[in-house]
Write a protein that binds this ligand. Sequence first.
Ligand code: ADP
Ligand code: ZN
Ligand code: ZN
Length: 653
Amino acid sequence: MDKFFYDVCVSIPLRQAFSYHSSQKIKPGTRVVVKFGSRVKLGIIIQELKDVVIKTKQIDFVLDDQAVFSSSELSIFKWAADYYHHPIGEVVTTFLPPKLRQTKTSLTLSAFESATYTSKPFHKTLNSEQSKALEVLTKLHAFAPALLFGVTGSGKTEIYLRLIHEHLINSGSVLLLAPEISLTPQLVLRLKEQFGDLVGMYHSKMTPASRYKAWKKFNTGSLRVIVGTRSAAMLPSKKLSLIILDEEHDSSFKQHEGFRFSARDIAIKRAQKSNIPIVLGSATPSLRTLKLVEDKKFKIVKLTKRVTNQQPPKFSIVDINGAALQSGLAPRAIEAIANTLKENKQAMIFINRRGFAPRYVCADCAWMATCNACETGLVFHHHNNRLVCHRCESAYGVPMNCPSCNKTTLSFSGTGTEQLELTLNGLFPNTKIFRVDKDSTKLVGSLETLLDQIQGSEQGILIGTQMLIKGHDFPNLELVVAIDVDQGVTSLNAAATEDMGQQLIQVAGRAGRLHGKSLVLVQTRYSEDKNLQQLKNGDYLSFAASLMSSRKMLNQPPYSFEAVLRASSPKATTNLDFLNLAKTLIDFKSCILAGPMPSMQSKVRGSYQHYLLIQAPSRTTLNLVLQHLVGQVEQHKSSAKVRWTVDVDPVEF
Ligand code: ADP
Ligand code: ZN
Ligand code: ZN
């Protein structure tokens, strides 16, 4: 009997594939069932081995009569496993629809048949800047990465529509990736208007059944456009001819636990390996992308004007030192809100803290309410009278006496969205107030309802976290007040400053779209800050340029390359012992090491979190260091005592 040998990846946290044999000839990318130790596991054939391997186990059975991934898609998984130093089995399963992670389901795919596209006329006529941009972008064939830099309201979506149209008439399929699930419904709606039933959706909040359905339909060509989030980046398609990544700067493209990949980077690699164009769109591109433009690796296409020809809003910096604040609002801001309401327009307060007050403290002994499991400060929520941990969502009662000194000197401090709502209700009793945060949008569809209400009303006050500022269009909004930016101003973490700039430009971009009358007030205690000053004229690129030059000077990314080795365990000393050992294993003079130190979230669900930062002068060096390090660490017995992970290109510490 013939015997064929295969490398099979199994979803277990080991950084290797395993050899098995079978009497069947099996195509790479096919799902199989294998025994791993005493357990029955799902495996995926990575490649057939040319040589005979001794002492292999037999593949129990072959699940499907066709491969779920093509060899080009498999090569991207191999790349990702190497780049992120993550177990290949976990990499591959991340991109399988949940149904296909089970050994019960057998894949049944109809034959590939591309659904026919009948084009409809477009509603809008492109302006000259849009037309020029489109002309450049439609000419891109093969691997040609491009940044579509378009100021907020410049009509990037209209360009996406025409680009997709071009690919559909040329019998291609298209992936449109968005950073967050909340942004997909409006994109799907817009695309369905134009392309009808050819458009589908794929994200992790969908039921396993509908995910599987969309997965199959895109695969076999009955869906030709998918709007999706991270997990959609590797949806198989026989005719993929274009990838669009909207809001490319958004850190939500990066997965924050488990396999910490960036869907942006995977998508770029996929475009490269499949030799197709990729368009990254943003009004506030990441410095990493701007560096690629600078190095001539990415083409840049610009939309400098808003469709309505209105000027992007200007900023006004409000110094709050010595000001009498009401729930964080300066007198000047309150006056501006009153004026806006008088004109029958909307004002928005942008604040990145939900709940009533972010701290509950004792004035006498400085005790502060913290979560038992996470050590983070508890946030008081008024609606259910609870102190809530925003890390693990544990809720606690509100003590009347200080647990430490027993005095009744406890009070709330700081401002959250709930408190602002209450205060603004008092200040403007007859005004409709819309609060948009995680708590007010818990129910499915409630965000959409709130957004509809905002868009349908003339006057009102919007209170919102980051959630409110992404991608939405509010025609009656003329005033924005940002009251919580100082953390971004003072942070030593360069990424936080980049984030702050992007958020301010994005939030400002929601205002004055229709009439061009708009004002953005930025409240700060650091009005002389150089980066804030750069933002004043509303020009993101000059802010980015100034940030780039300081990153260059300090040798920070994108001028260096970073990875973090993370450790998590119930005892802090276990983490420190492990990371200190890891440190001694890195013997590269050109690398800078920092730590071990506690993570920003120093304790999560009972486990302490620490990290070691590795900074290398080149991607190649970083890769070599990690390869060596991971190999050594895996063999070391102290690595069994902690949960450790590698995080390449970290965005949080
Ligand atoms: P961006 O994503 O660049 O911020 P959008 O794509 O959301 O901007 O476009 C902003 C608004 O302008 C949308 O309501 C869109 O329908 C409209 N729009 C875009 N292009 C045109 C055009 N050429 N003519 C008229 N309206 C347009
Ligand atoms: Zn006390
Ligand atoms: Zn907690």
